[in-house]
Structures are given as C-alpha cells and as structure tokens.
Design a protein around this ligand. Structure first.
Ligand SMILES: [Zn+2]
Length: 396
C-alpha cells in the first residue's frame, strides 16, 4: 500500500504535473547528509519516492532543504566514468567555435578532469578550475514556496556572465540528477545562448534500473531521469541538444549531452526521443524490497552494513524495518569518528579487525569490485553467515 502524508509536493520536474504517486521512504528520518557528531544531530526529515503519473518520471522528494546534501560536507569523492569524455570533445568540435577565445566554467571538482581534457583536445589556452559546489557551505532552503537560489549557483552564473570570451563552455556534469527544484534546473538551462554551451553527464537510470537494483535510490540522488524524460524536459525548455549513452565497465552507465543552439538541427534529441517510454515501477519495487528484507531478517538476526556510507544509510533508513538490529561499518568514516544519521544515532564501526561472529548477515553496499576483495577477508575472519547486497540478493 502506498502511504500518504503531508509533504508539500513539488510538481514533476519534467512535465509540471502534480498528479504524483508517493511512496514513503521514511518518516522523520535523520538528515542523511549529516555525517557528524551525535550532539549536533537533531534534524529529521521526510523522504518519499515520487513518480509522476503523467510522464513516469521518478524523483526523491523531501522537506530536507538542502538541495545537494552531501556537498554540505564535501567528503564524497568516488569514481565516475571518464572514458567517454573524448566523445564530448568530438561533439563540441562540431560547434565550430573559435576555441582560442573560449572560457570553460566548472561547477564542481567533478568537472575538472573533463575540463583538462577539453582544454588539451580543443586547444583552449587558459583554464581556471573552480569548485563552486564543493566550496560553498551555503546550501539554502528551496522547498515549500520560498525559493532562494543557493549562493554557489549564483556565483557560478555570475562567473559565466562576466566572461569576456566570445564563447563559453559550461561544465555542470553531475547536476541534473542531484537538483530537485524545477526553478534551479531552469536557471541552468536558461544559460544556454548563442554564445553559451552546456555539457551535462549523469547516471543513465533507464539502464541502472534495468539491472534490477534499487541501490541508486539514495539521498543525494533526486531525479532518476530516463532518456525520454530528459529529452522531453530539454525540448520543453526550448533548447537544442544532443545526447549519447555510454556503458562503462568499471562504474555506472552514463547519459551525456551537449546543449547548444549551434548544433545541427537534425541532431536534436536524436535517439533519445525515439526511445521507448520506460516505467520502472520504482515505488512497487521499493515496497517489495522492504518486504524481502523483512522476511530475511527475523527475530534474533543481526545485520552489519558495510561500506559506501550513503548507500548503507539509505538501506538503513529507506528500506529496513525499525525493529531490525543493525550496525554501520565504514573504515573511512569510523576513523574520523563520524556518526551516521540513523535513529537512534550509532557510531560508524570499522570493518577491518571487527568481530562479526555474532552477526547473521552482512550487507555489502560498496561496488562489486570492492565486495569481491573484502568478502574473502570477512570469511577468513570467521564470519559464517549470509552475504547480501543492497537488494537482499546473496553474493556468491
Ligand atoms: Zn511528469
């Protein structure tokens, strides 16, 4: 059953409809962006999975006012695919810009590698790498009517507007799937002009959800764009764009695009708009996953959740029943003495050297590559229980 509560709903970021199905992820959950000390941890928020009944776009809606929560603490740095960056370079070449007179604008540290590659590939002479997102502590509320623009975004936009170069390339590669507010997204799209060209790069949620996992439903991700959703949003915003998908062997599949009025018109939205409408039924899948975990962990069972702190916390907060006994383990966070935002507050525990003999289940929420490395070590240390992934599926 889909439970309803009074979270002020934002209209669908893609089509603007308010006809939305809500699945409650948790009531009064701790702020999943606050990996902090116990004393400071008070804030509780509601999170829900919202699926638009008109266009099928799914998003996380919350009264947590922070629009890009983990950036508050600037601690999360993990690998994202970069092998496809040369393809972005090729797309930009077709714009026929005078690259000697181009400025490149980076929104966060996640854009630096791409900026360096473009500068060398396209012979862009000067490059100033700035992390507006990471260095700002000023993540302002943007829910329930009173919308303020985060200072970081304002500074970023000012920098672009003040550039005296004939053309500007804006790299805001990990943004569309993190931003939850329609106005913020439109603010970025409005930057597109005959002299300003935007590059975006995000997870390809069509393909992620085809993999049958819900591990990407976590607090920092706000929009699970399908290609069709994104194409529709860009078309509504009246911008010209091109999109391509890339399958990384190492990390997540990505969806990448360039927004520019200089793109040839036949390129516009090519395969993306033609792609079939997907309906991943995320709400139903989430409820099924909760039931699955509930059946797996019964009275007397004890679960350790290992690694990838955010996914671990999402599992604890969004999926597990309140009466399940669990602990969270992450060597990096444990060494910093950080407390994960779960209720009641529990410290992060280490993985290495920890005694798991009393545990019946270990959930590994890291990447499969790391899981493969640590599982034999955990077995060697004497753990005889069940290894599971985020989706409650056993690891071999
Ligand atoms: Zn919609």
């Amino acid at each position: 059953m889909t439970q309803k509560f009074n979270l002020a709903l934002e209209p669908c970021i893609v089509c603007g409809s308010s006809d939305i199905d809500q699945t409650v992820l948790g009531t009064a959950l701790a702020d999943a962006s606050d990996f902090t000390n116990k004393d400071e941890m008070q804030s509780k928020f509601r999170y829900e999975l919202a699926t638009c009944l008109i266009c099928n776009h799914s998003s996380i809606q919350t009264d947590n006012p922070c629009w890009m929560p983990t950036r508050k603490h600037d601690f999360i740095k993990y690998g994202e695919p970069t092998e496809h960056y040369s393809q972005i370079s090729e797309k930009l070449k077709t714009l026929n810009l005078e690259f000697k007179d181009v400025s490149v604008h980076t929104f966060s540290y996640k854009d630096f590698q791409l900026a360096n590659l473009l500068a060398s590939d396209l012979n862009i002479p000067s490059l100033e790498l700035k992390d507006f997102a990471g260095c700002s502590r000023d993540w302002l509320p943007s829910v329930s009517g009173s919308i303020s623009k985060p200072q970081a975004l304002t500074s970023f936009i000012s920098e672009i507007r003040e550039s005296k170069k004939s053309h500007k390339i804006v790299l805001i590669t990990r943004f569309f799937d993190h931003v939850h507010n329609r106005d913020l997204l439109q603010t970025i799209l409005k930057l597109s002009s005959p002299s300003t060209h935007i590059v975006f790069d995000l997870n390809d949620y069509d393909r992620l959800f085809e993999l049958g996992t819900l591990e990407f439903i976590w607090n920092e991700r706000r929009n699970f764009f399908s290609q069709k959703n994104l194409a529709s949003l860009l078309t509504r915003a009246s911008v010209k764009f091109t999109m391509f998908t890339y399958e990384s062997k190492a990390v997540s599949p990505t969806l990448t695009g360039v927004i520019s009025s200089r793109l040839p018109s036949d390129m516009n939205s090519d395969a993306a708009v033609k792609s079939q409408s997907t309906n991943p039924h995320l709400g139903e899948k989430l409820l099924a996953l909760r039931q699955h975990w509930k059946l797996e962990l019964r009275l007397g069972h004890k679960l350790a959740i290992i690694g990838a702190s955010h996914k671990g916390i999402s599992l604890a907060q969004f999926v597990l029943d309140l009466d399940i006994r669990f602990s969270l383990h992450d060597d990096k966070e444990a060494s910093k003495g950080k407390t994960p935002p779960v209720i009641p507050p529990l410290g992060f525990h280490s993985v290495s050297g920890f005694d798991f003999s009393e545990y019946t289940h270990l959930a590994i929420t890291t990447t499969p590559i790391i899981a493969e490395k640590i599982i034999p070590k955990l077995r060697d240390s004497g753990f005889t229980g069940q290894f599971l992934d985020f989706d409650c599926r056993p690891f071999n």
